[in-house]
Design a protein around this ligand. Structure first.
Ligand SMILES: *[C@@H]1O[C@H](CO)[C@@H](O)[C@H](O)[C@H]1NC(C)=O
Ligand SMILES: *[C@@H]1O[C@H](CO)[C@@H](O)[C@H](O)[C@H]1NC(C)=O
Ligand SMILES: *[C@@H]1O[C@H](CO)[C@@H](O)[C@H](O)[C@H]1NC(C)=O
Ligand SMILES: *[C@@H]1O[C@H](CO)[C@@H](O)[C@H](O)[C@H]1NC(C)=O
Ligand SMILES: *[C@@H]1O[C@H](CO)[C@@H](O)[C@H](O)[C@H]1NC(C)=O
Length: 391
């Protein structure tokens, strides 16, 4: 699995960790709770950050629970060398993701040689948004727990293949004009991930000096050993920037997704008298081939967000997720930042997505000022079947 996260230190850092090869088996020593839920705390490798700098790293083969298990939750936060929580106004956590992959047994554990990414179930093209977990600044305040008997199944031996501002990354603040391949960025690209590569630096206030910091992504995983009665969930990530082309080939329909990760929220016209009421609404729709029962849902948005909703075909609300903004200074409640997203836990069985149902994602941002490189993702977990005692 891999984490990609981006942290800001009076500006920025992305840290990316790659985790877990499912070809390996060993049980991590861990604390057992009453319900056999095991909990273990892990730390990423050290990330060093100077004021204003960005860290955007991929760490392969990070520590993770092993074996055939059902993942129940994943909590993460940035801590310093003494293990203290680091607030967002000191180090901004832009995002992190956890990616699962299979690796040949005979290669070094931290090598990328011969690895096969094991993506989630939807929807974007290739490996885009294929992660198992991933959040941003809202990490501390967003629940990821999955109720029983559901879970994210990993490490099933049968599935293993054989043999195998500153926070918005405004380009002018980072002085970035080219992408990672050296191609000039479009003048319309005002900010986003392309302007925050690893080791880039955001402009500091004149004369600002600060110490280099050593940071870690601390992550807490809860899981139970896999049992037959458990119900595996499918992971879907819906990106509001996805444009879908339906190719009607003679051999049947093909859906070509094209997720662009980020978009720009243009400021509303100055002719509005009261600009604090300006809202940018973005929508995308497309069919979900295999439906099922929604067990969990949460949106991912950046600063300026108002909320997002996933709708079914008839306009019924599947889940609405609203950002929570911090009000203070303490880590987890930093003023002006999105410090959490509300989650949906529908009563299992109550919300069904039908096979082929056309879903719509709607994401709202305040548009009284410009926002660059914003995201509109919706992460949801679906059970294709309910447990037998449910029906
Ligand atoms: C970690 O953060 C705490 C709280 O801000 C601080 O007291 C401590 O000195 C920091 N430790 C290091 C090694 O920077
Ligand atoms: C990779 O890590 C596993 C468990 O952590 C260990 O058993 C194995 O020997 C390592 N493989 C290599 C090639 O280093
Ligand atoms: C402007 O709109 C916001 C939100 O719609 C409202 O709270 C505020 O009172 C309005 N201000 C004025 C001056 O009308
Ligand atoms: C988003 O905006 C639309 C259009 O104004 C509105 O119907 C919807 O309720 C808004 N959703 C959220 C979560 O604010
Ligand atoms: C899905 O719903 C959207 C919004 O209602 C609509 O514009 C689109 O045509 C629908 N697509 C299909 C394939 O039905």
């Amino acid at each position: 699995m891999r984490f990609v996260s981006q942290t800001r230190n009076l500006s920025w850092a992305i840290l990316a960790l790659v985790l877990l090869s499912s070809t390996l088996f060993s049980l991590a020593a861990s604390r057992k709770t009453k319900k056999n839920i095991q909990t273990k705390v892990f730390f990423s490798p050290k990330i060093e950050l100077n004021p204003g700098s960005v860290s955007n790293k991929v760490f392969m083969d990070v520590d993770f629970p092993r074996g055939h298990i059902s993942l129940k939750s994943f909590f993460a936060e940035v801590v310093n060398e003494s293990g203290n929580s680091v607030p967002l106004h000191q180090t901004y956590l832009h995002h992190w993701i956890v990616v699962r992959y299979h690796q040949p047994k005979n290669v070094a554990n931290n090598s990328e040689e011969g690895i096969i990414f094991k993506r989630n179930n939807g929807f974007c093209q290739e490996n885009v948004f294929g992660q198992y977990y991933g959040l941003g600044s809202e990490t501390r305040g967003t629940n990821t727990y999955i109720p029983d008997p559901y879970g994210i199944e990993v490490g099933n031996p049968e599935e293993i293949p054989k043999g195998m501002g500153c926070t918005e990354c405004k380009c002018d603040l980072y002085g970035v004009t080219k992408d990672e391949n050296g191609e000039a960025l479009s003048p319309n690209y005002k900010g986003g991930l392309q302007c925050c590569p690893d080791n880039s630096k955001c402009k500091l206030s004149k004369g600002f000096l600060g110490p280099k910091q050593s940071l870690y992504l601390k992550y807490t995983v809860k899981w139970v050993n896999w049992e037959k009665f458990m119900v595996p969930l499918k992971i879907y990530i819906f990106d509001v920037t996805d444009t879908l082309k339906i190719l009607d080939k003679s051999k049947g329909k093909r859906l070509n997704h094209d997720c662009k990760f980020e978009y720009e929220v243009e400021p509303c016209s100055t002719s509005y008298l009261n600009r604090s009421g300006c809202v940018d609404v973005k929508r995308a729709s497309f069919p979900m081939q295999n439906g099922g029962y929604v067990i969990y849902g949460v949106g991912h948005q950046h600063s300026g967000a108002i909320g997002s909703t996933l709708y079914g075909k008839d306009g019924r609300v599947i889940c609405t997720s609203i950002p929570k903004y911090g009000k203070g200074k303490r880590a987890g409640n930093e003023k002006g930042y999105v410090v959490g997203m509300s989650t949906c836990y529908p009563k299992p069985g109550s919300i069904k997505i039908f096979d082929g149902e056309n879903l719509t994602l709607e994401t709202n941002y305040s548009s009284n000022i410009r926002h660059s490189g914003v995201m509109g993702l919706f992460y949801f977990l679906v059970a294709e079947k309910l447990p037998y005692y449910h029906v």
